[in-house]
Design a protein. Sequence first.
Length: 187
Amino acid sequence: MKLYHVSYDRIRKFELRIPQNRLPGEDSRVPRICLSTSVERCINAKPSQGQALYTAQQYGLRTALYIYEFDVNDIPTDVLIGPDELKRQFGVVDAKINGEHWLLDCTIPYKETRKEFVRGSFLPPDDCHPYAFALRLFLEDGHSALAENIEAAVAKMSQRKTGRRITTDMVILALSGEIATAAHKIS
């Protein structure tokens, strides 16, 4: 079985950490790397879920996704916590829905792949899913000029606006119009 970690930004070196944005009641003591059983589930487990990709799609933006694939055969069982235990002992109420696992060792080998988000099918919020979930992501290999320009524009805007680096998904949510304008100017 494969497990995945997805980021809008390239991760040069994994470090165990406690996520700043956790569900109410979710463990705040165990440093970890959050993994899931699919790329879509990784996106759905993020605090903003599919909102950043949905917003990018509305502006016609191609967004880079860095996909990190871990093989469970390479992971000792004592450093991997599965969904049942996460829900029961660590307060991760959506662990089973999102296929969430916690990796407690940052030295496990992985494969990095860069894909570009082209479009997605999104489920509107409802009582069961209060956020817009990505149902299916359409990804392509490649390095389009637009996606690379978006990465550069996001990095520049992130530092200019805040004085420090923040995550790409948060920047996309807050500054989609500006990013689209800047990315199209560069290309």
